[in-house]
Design a protein around this ligand. Structure first.
Ligand SMILES: Nc1ncnc2c1ncn2[C@@H]1O[C@H](COP(=O)(O)OP(=O)(O)OP(=O)(O)O)[C@@H](O)[C@H]1O
Ligand SMILES: [Mg+2]
Length: 463
């Protein structure tokens, strides 16, 4: 079923076309006057426009031109009794989708409509695809205008142009994967695949077959041939995450594929050529691993041709407000509500904290705060308990934030963690904790009031 708009000055033609199309289950609207059609037609409510060529006020070509100049790109079919090649060519140039000659059979018109609807749908899909690509590009948005981040951006641009292996070094959560994806997206390989292997997550044998694939029967359990990542990523980029964790035997194989651009599947002697750009990441000092003979020196030189060092967040504190703002907006967008903001005190806490988990930790704090905060602004009292490194956190289990309040502080931490897990949903949280919703509500209310009182007190002290 398609929504068809017919524009023809002759009543007989409109009526007979309407009969044919309604008989084929299409929804039809008609206009005798092209000017009126131009004024009234709602593009989103029409799948196909069929127009006569010769009409007194405005001919079909002119109508098409006006539609296109208004950005209406609905598939357009021109019909005429006087088929001349030059008109047909002109119509096609203007983007008419089809051209039919009168008189025509019901079957012909059915076919034309079907083709036009398919075209419209493909266009829509294409647009959706483009939009998702745009989203995708947005996801690689690297926030931060600090000197260090500007340098990183320059490096990404330079490195993207080359085909050499890139080594991205940085503490956990500094954005290594994000940068790797940005490099791929900016490279000539961006239309090719980008695959990722976490080298720390797999045993040596599994990693080998993950990277290079295996033949059927290569080892127990290999009941099917499987292509490896080096084969699948051909024409694109392969991200080797945490490369320091690769075992020495697999390192030897990696070296060969990087040097010779060829390899064999496990259990096979057939050599496979591959065209893959490798990006490796590590949060360790690889040169130290080389010194301790845990990492091959030749492989280290191979992969560190183009090193990119990501600064830790504590070394670029000026980026913190912008990053926090970016995450709060992103979360709000996802949840479909207004973004929250940090109060001045909360902001100063985040700017002075040492962020052992770097950007990821900041993102988590923003996420938790956005979920738990009931007020317009996120106050320091809410986030303060979270700002401690893991080892300090372990200590708070025995030493409460407020001496003498161990039980209560732990209870509060547990409740808040559970609330975050259930996205702020109180019923689910209460159920998971085995307490009543009312009890939960009362506790939250009390903590909120306490926080407000503390804030007032600190304002009095400050002012
Ligand atoms: N400059 C930045 N701008 C915006 N978001 C960032 C930035 N840096 C990191 N992020 C976000 O922080 C999170 C952690 O980044 P990513 O996973 O790239 O870090 P990583 O260095 O690979 O961490 P790990 O070592 O733990 O694997 C991601 O959600 C990422 O989108
Ligand atoms: Mg990572």
């Amino acid at each position: 079923m398609a929504r068809v708009c017919i524009i023809d000055d002759k009543d007989v033609m409109r009526d007979s076309l309407t009969d044919i199309l309604s008989g084929q289950d299409h929804e039809v609207t008609t206009y005798s006057d092209p000017q009126r059609a131009l004024a009234e037609l709602v593009p989103s409510r029409v799948d196909v426009i069929i127009s006569d060529l010769k009409m007194p006020e405005m001919d079909g070509i002119e109508l098409l031109r006006s539609l296109r100049s208004r950005g209406v790109d609905t598939p357009f079919v021109l019909m005429t009794a006087y088929a001349s090649v030059s008109t047909a060519v002109e119509a096609m140039k203007l983007g008419a989708f089809d051209y039919i000659q009168k008189p025509f059979e019901a079957d012909t018109i059915a076919l034309v409509i079907e083709r036009a609807v398919t075209l419209g749908r493909l266009r829509g899909e294409n647009e959706a695809l483009r939009a998702s690509l745009r989203d995708w590009a947005d996801n690689y948005e690297l926030v931060g205008m600090s000197r260090a981040m500007r340098q990183v951006r320059n490096q990404i641009d330079r490195v993207a142009k080359s085909q050499a292996t890139v080594l991205i070094q940085g503490e956990s959560g500094t954005g290594k994967e994000l940068v790797a994806r940005a490099i791929h997206a900016a490279s000539t390989r961006s239309t090719g695949p980008m695959l990722c292997v976490n080298c720390a997550a797999l045993s040596s044998n599994l990693l080998e077959s993950e990277l290079f694939g295996h033949e059927r029967g290569a080892f127990t359990g290999a009941d099917k041939m499987r292509k490896g990542r080096f084969e699948l990523a051909s024409g694109g980029t392969l991200l080797l995450d945490e490369i320091s964790e690769v075992s020495l035997p697999v390192q030897a194989k990696l070296l060969r594929v990087l040097q010779e651009r060829e390899f064999e599947r496990v259990g096979s002697s057939a050599t496979i050529k591959t065209d893959v750009r490798v990006i490796a990441t590590t949060n360790r000092d690889l040169s130290d691993w080389v010194a301790r003979r845990r990492f091959r020196e030749d492989l280290f030189f191979r992969i560190s041709v183009l090193p990119v060092a990501l600064p830790s967040l504590r070394d670029r504190r000026e980026d913190i407000p912008e990053l926090a703002d970016y995450f709060l907006r992103k979360i709000a967008q996802r949840e479909g509500r207004e973004p929250k903001q940090f109060t001045a005190r909360a902001m100063s806490l985040t700017e002075n904290y040492h962020w052992p988990g770097n950007v990821r930790e900041l993102e988590n704090v923003c996420e938790r705060a956005a979920v738990l905060c009931q007020d317009e602004k996120i106050d320091g009292s809410l986030i303060e308990p979270w700002l401690s490194s893991p080892d300090v956190q372990a200590e708070t289990l025995v030493r409460p934030a407020r001496p003498g309040h161990l039980m209560e502080d732990m209870e509060r931490a547990l409740i808040e963690q559970t609330l975050v897990k259930f996205n702020g949903h109180r019923e689910k949280t209460a159920k998971a904790l085995g307490i009543g919703v009312r009890t939960l509500g009362m506790k939250l209310k009390r903590w909120r009031e306490e926080a407000a009182a503390m804030q007032q007190q600190s304002q009095r002290l400050a002012g």
